[in-house]
Design a protein around this ligand. Structure first.
Ligand code: ACM
Length: 268
């Protein structure tokens, strides 16, 4: 068994130092930090960035920058594996990425494959494989927010052995938490969807409101925990990742075995 959790909060747009202080305070106030903790998409910069230049300006590289350093510090000080969204710079590219950091200092990066709306003006489309990583015997996959809308994302992670999908998000539409029940059921995996709450207001007055309701979902599609719409909260539950290794739907129906790839031409 491991304890898996989300940190739902309300980052301020563009204020990386202030957002790091906010997470410091939330972690200090928490009585119990889970073994695996997921933070939202673009957790320490806010989401509604003006343009690509601002995304580039706020971005860290995978091994350097105040966001990545804060995440590593939290992983070290709490002993948790932490997954969080951040803008990632790689030479003249900038990605809407997530990073998994371990207490021992290992890092893995996933770059969002399916960019939502105006993200297409800010970020390069992700080019990292949908490949889970093994952390202390648990197969952890990552996808970011709108990736949920493309069932292939979770399917590929599950076919490659993911047991827990970490899903940093900045959701603005309310369908996702319910849809994640189906993503988890059809793939028989756990998912931790860490959404933010509050709103971003850009300098031109444009505003986005986020839907909260971060959720931990089980391999039977069950909602193990769902946060409120507007609370800053660290929520966690105990899960048994081994339950995601049982892909039998009935004694005669295996999620992998029964796939009819001979009929799935356009997908494969
Ligand atoms: C989203 O992908 N942030 C909606």
């Amino acid at each position: 068994m491991i304890k898996a959790g989300f940190l739902q909060f309300d980052p301020a747009l563009g204020d990386v130092a202030g957002n790091i202080a906010k997470v410091d305070a939330l972690l200090d106030a928490a009585s119990d930090i889970p073994d695996l903790l997921v933070l939202p998409e673009l957790a320490l910069t806010g989401y509604l960035l003006k343009n690509r230049a601002q995304a580039m300006d706020l971005a860290d590289t995978a091994d350097r920058g105040s966001q990545v350093e804060a995440l590593q510090r939290w992983a070290r000080s709490t002993g948790a594996v932490i997954v969080a969204g951040f803008p990632e710079r790689d030479r003249d590219h900038v990605y809407n990425a997530s990073i998994l950091v371990t207490p021992a200092g290992d890092r893995h990066v996933y770059r969002k494959a399916h960019l939502f709306l105006n993200e297409k003006d800010l970020f390069d489309p992700g080019d990292t494989p949908l490949e889970p990583v093994d952390v202390d015997g648990v197969r952890i996959g990552m996808m970011i927010c709108f990736d949920w809308y493309f069932p292939e994302t979770a399917r590929v992670l599950s076919l490659r052995g993911a047991e827990v999908i970490c899903h940093p998000s900045n959701l603005v539409l309310s369908y996702c938490p319910d849809a994640m029940r189906t993503r988890c059921l059809e793939n028989r995996v756990f998912a931790v969807t860490a959404n933010r709450c509050g709103r971003d207001v850009a300098s031109d007055g444009q505003e986005l409101r986020y839907t909260g309701t971060s959720q931990i979902t089980g391999p039977g599609g069950e909602i193990l925990l769902r946060a409120g719409e507007n609370e800053s909260v660290l929520g966690a539950v105990s899960i048994d990742p081994a339950a995601a290794r049982d892909k039998w739907i009935t004694p005669r129906n295996g999620m992998h075995e029964d796939r009819r790839t001979d009929l799935y031409g356009p997908l494969v």
